[in-house]
Design a protein around this ligand. Structure first.
Ligand code: ADP
Ligand code: MG
Length: 463
């Protein structure tokens, strides 16, 4: 019983440290807005890079023709082709293939990674059926969705600032990733031109806008997390180029790197950060995104096993291995509705070789998943409030509110129901019913890929 009390005390402490009362979320949102201003004011002015994307026009629906996209995210990459039907035609046809990225390529050399990608692209093109025809004499054009921070120099070039998530390839940093991809494409003997380089958030925003005019921002919750939104060009002091005709510019916030003294952090987050590939970086990402949630839970469970013999007299060895508990497994446990919590029991057994967990301890595991997922989801909601505040859309003016849509994508948002529900509920809590009835959180299915193809179309060399 003493052990049990000790274990519960650890959970209780985590719960207190992870608490996100509304007041705290408002402080986080305010800090986000402040950092947004700072990041827009000057290069390097904030932890938030607020990157200029060179996307000053979002899809209109008039895009027409066959275009390709290549989406390099955190775990998989996708290649797709989309036949766009022009005015009112919509997406006539689309096909995609998804390939896992071999873990050794995430930490190997730049050439190897890009050559691997180009080889899969070549295979995809080679298997093209008669439904998709490129007009004679035309080069294939592709939008490259690259979900890492890039300092763009134009719509179709940009230098990698740093890798994030599980990637660490020193020789790509500082290089033009379109140049790297183009080199690999040429080596494959392919004739394809990259006409747009887009962050996944920007792709999702573009894909969302294609079907809904009221999309103002996009948020990704997948392996990592990030957001993009449409800013007034006049409100970007660090932009010294000509003002775009549209008067707008999409900004890639790179919000995964946000940090603030208001963020509720624990000893487990600190340890995770120190032992990560990128210590001190991506602090927001490390508490809210899919790559890390399960790992945080594992760390707490490990302490409970070590200091309170939570899983018996010895500490299950697997429990000590970083990243053994993946977020999809955490999510399955969290959603376990069976009377004896058999999903939790089976997962503990399969992942950690914990053979005989009691019902009581399974309940505690679920409670812990809930604490960690809830903190992440509520902080993501606070981030969204930060964007709404920056745009002055967090309150209803002159009695009439205009619809605003946030395009969401990513495996975490898509599959972790408790997380996405908590996020949506929290937005309502934060802004109140009057405003929240105008906010639509829209799951944009595969928006980042289609969005990149749409941007490849609107930046075609043949226009
Ligand atoms: P990426 O972010 O790598 O581009 P996705 O958007 O598909 O790719 O997100 C994949 C991530 O989503 C996984 O790394 C995982 O963290 C999370 N995820 C996938 N499935 C689930 C699930 N069932 N429950 C919770 N999280 C999930
Ligand atoms: Mg992705």
């Amino acid at each position: 019983w003493r052990r049990r009390a000790k274990a519960l005390a650890i959970v209780k402490e985590v719960e207190e440290k992870c608490a996100t009362p509304l007041g705290k979320l408002r402080q986080v949102a305010d800090a986000m807005t402040v950092e947004m201003h700072a990041g827009l004011a000057s290069e390097g002015g904030s932890k938030l890079k607020m990157l200029i994307t060179y996307v000053d026009n979002l899809p209109t629906g008039d895009e027409e023709g066959l275009y390709y996209a290549l989406d390099l995210g955190g775990t998989n990459f996708r290649v797709l082709r989309v036949q766009l039907g022009g005015k009112e035609g919509g997406i006539v046809n689309q096909e995609f293939t998804e390939v896992p990225i071999p873990p050794n390529l995430m930490v190997g050399s730049s050439n190897e990674l890009f050559e691997y990608i180009a080889s899969k692209l070549a295979k995809f093109v080679a298997e093209e059926g008669p439904d998709f025809q490129i007009p004679p004499g035309r080069q294939r054009e592709i939008g490259f969705t690259f979900s890492f921070p890039v300092m763009q120099t134009s719509i179709d070039s940009g230098n990698l600032i740093k890798w994030t998530k599980g990637f660490s390839i020193d020789d790509t940093v500082g290089k033009d990733v379109v140049g790297e991809l183009t080199k690999a494409i040429a080596k494959e003997g392919l004739d394809i031109r990259v006409t747009a380089l887009v962050n996944d958030t920007v792709g999702t925003l573009a894909g969302g806008r294609y079907t809904d005019k009221d999309v103002i921002a996009a948020v990704i919750l997948g392996t990592g997390t990030n957001a993009a939104y449409v800013e007034r060009a006049q409100a970007i002091p660090k932009w010294h180029g000509v003002l775009p005709k549209s008067g707008e510019m999409v900004i890639n916030m790179e919000w995964g790197n946000f940090r603030s003294s208001h963020l509720p952090l624990t000893e487990f987050d600190q340890a995770l950060d120190i032992e990560s590939l990128n210590p001190g970086e991506q602090v927001f990402e490390k508490i809210i995104s899919g790559m890390y949630l399960g790992e945080i839970v594992r760390r707490v469970l490990c302490k409970m096993a070590e200091e309170a013999s939570f899983f018996g007299d010895t500490v299950p060895p697997k429990l000590k291995v970083p990243f053994t508990l993946r977020t999809p497994d955490m999510s399955s446990m969290h959603h376990d509705k069976s009377a004896d919590l058999s999903v939790v029991g089976n997962k503990l057994k399969a992942i950690f070789e914990i053979a005989d967990s009691s019902l009581e301890s399974r309940k505690v595991v679920i409670e812990l998943c809930n604490i960690i997922a809830t903190r992440g989801a509520r902080l993501a909601a606070a981030g969204i409030l930060g964007i709404l505040k920056k745009l002055g859309r967090d309150t209803v003016n002159d009695g009439e509110g205009q619809r605003m849509v946030i395009s969401m994508d990513g495996g975490l948002y898509e599959h972790y129901d408790a997380y996405s529900k908590c996020l949506e509920d929290t937005i309502t809590e934060l802004v109140g019913e009057d405003v929240s009835q105008h906010i639509v959180i829209q799951h944009s299915m595969d928006g980042s890929g289609i969005g990149a193809a749409l941007l490849a179309a609107s930046h075609s060399q043949y226009l």
